[in-house]
Design a protein around this ligand. Structure first.
Ligand code: ZN
Ligand code: ZN
Length: 416
């Protein structure tokens, strides 16, 4: 194992700019990146200027400094997001810019920090950046999340390797999963997007009224609102630019009815929520709302997540991912939602994407609620898929059809 070649890093950078955010000539780009990834990030910035970026702004983050902040600052500081930060995010939206987030952080970073302090900060940031989130969740701007290895994260996945070996191994793994190892990754993504488009069209035609999930520890009924839309793969911005919000992405997803979720669901992979892990947890829903929960690990973190606001106790997304997904086939647990959610069927606590219902982007808050569209400061995906998962779809006239059997598609989603 060795560190990736410049050629591969540049291929990945180009893929992020062209297929990820699909940066257009004259557009500014904002990048969020870990300082550990400075080498790769420079290639991304280079690719952005080559694509005609009018300006590139990089917001560096550093796990070590983030931890120091949590350990030292008074609560007052955690509760207050500086105005300049909010303005920075609003600026990029107003300029019709693109936003690329390069993820890569230690999933255990905040494990010894009081979960109440972490919850304070994440709620404050959620509230402060509400306008920005409206832009991304309605596809008003183009945005994308990709990931790169960082030392602590790589070693969490590959604990038997040295830090350098683990990082090299994770690069190799990521390149395979995001198709950078292919001759022409951009073309490979076009083909992949076309496949996901067929799957979502087939599900849109079915227009199921309900999905029923059954697996060990799971018996959950999810009502889908009238006019719900399945999405997946590439998205289209308000200005008509095709972009890929997540790389990798292997899911097709839609919104549940916020008042129509009943039963119990058990997680199948650990959830990294803001630097702490929640694992082996079960949620019980009644009329869309979590009425009971327990977790073997991180129960207090889960409690803070659920208590963020009213909408955090309801779900805003249901996503289907077959076991054949390359992320699943890697056999790894990534402790990072961008990867783990693409290895497994998942649902998300919190806000729904308004784009998952006909006319949703133009609805006001009251209309969204009437249509069963959940709202929250949170949108936290967690994994519920496994080889033992069966899903039935129920149509509005009461017909039942097998959608998933033993963790994979039971209906043909490959041909229209
Ligand atoms: Zn999803
Ligand atoms: Zn999600």
């Amino acid at each position: 194992m060795s560190t990736p070649t410049t050629a591969l890093l540049k291929k990945y950078a180009e893929l992020a700019i062209k297929t990820g955010v699909n940066l257009q000539k004259g557009q500014p780009l904002m990048i969020n990146a870990p300082i550990e990834g400075v080498h790769f990030t420079r290639y991304v910035v280079e690719a952005a200027y080559e694509a005609g970026a009018s300006d590139v702004q990089v917001n560096w983050s550093d796990d070590a400094l983030a931890l120091m902040k949590y350990q030292n600052v008074p609560e007052e500081t955690l509760k207050n997001v500086p105005e300049w930060r909010v303005k920075l995010y609003d600026w990029i939206c107003e300029q019709n810019g693109a936003v690329l987030s390069i993820a890569g952080s230690n999933p255990d970073l905040l494990k010894d920090v009081d979960p109440a302090r972490v919850a304070l900060a994440s709620k404050a940031s959620g509230e402060a950046l509400q306008n920005f989130r409206k832009y991304t969740m309605n596809d008003k701007i183009t945005w994308s999340i990709i990931a790169i290895p960082t030392g602590d994260w790589a070693q969490k996945i590959f604990p038997d390797l040295s830090k350098d070996e683990a990082v090299a191994q994770l690069w190799e793994t990521i390149f395979k999963i995001v198709r950078v190892d292919k001759e022409d990754p951009i073309k490979a993504w076009e083909e992949h997007n076309a496949t996901l488009e067929i799957a979502r069209e087939i599900l849109n035609k079915r227009a199921f009224h309900k999905l029923i999930f059954k697996a060990p520890g799971t018996n959950l009924e999810i009502e889908l609102p009238k006019g719900h839309l399945w999405k997946g793969g590439s998205a289209e911005s308000e200005k008509g630019t095709i972009f890929n919000p997540n790389m990798p992405t292997e899911e097709v997803f839609t919104m549940p009815h916020k008042y129509g979720v009943n039963g119990t669901v058990s997680s199948t992979k650990p959830l990294n929520y803001g630097g702490s892990l929640i694992d082996e947890f079960t949620l019980t829903f009644k009329d869309g709302k979590v009425v009971d929960y327990k977790a073997k690990q991180g129960e207090e973190v889960l409690q803070h997540l659920l208590e963020t606001d009213e909408g955090s106790k309801r779900i805003g997304e249901v996503a289907l991912v077959p076991d054949e997904s390359p992320v699943s086939q890697s056999g790894l647990i990534f402790y990072n939602t961008l990867f783990d959610e693409n290895a497994s069927c998942h649902i998300a606590l919190g806000k729904a994407y308004p784009t998952n219902i006909e006319g949703g982007s133009d609805m006001n808050e009251e209309e969204l609620d009437q249509h069963g569209v959940n709202d929250s400061l949170n949108h936290v995906d967690f994994m519920i898929g496994s080889k033992e998962l069966d899903i039935d779809g129920v149509t509005s006239d009461g017909q039942t059809e097998a959608v998933f059997r033993n963790g994979t598609w039971a209906i043909d989603v490959t041909t229209k």
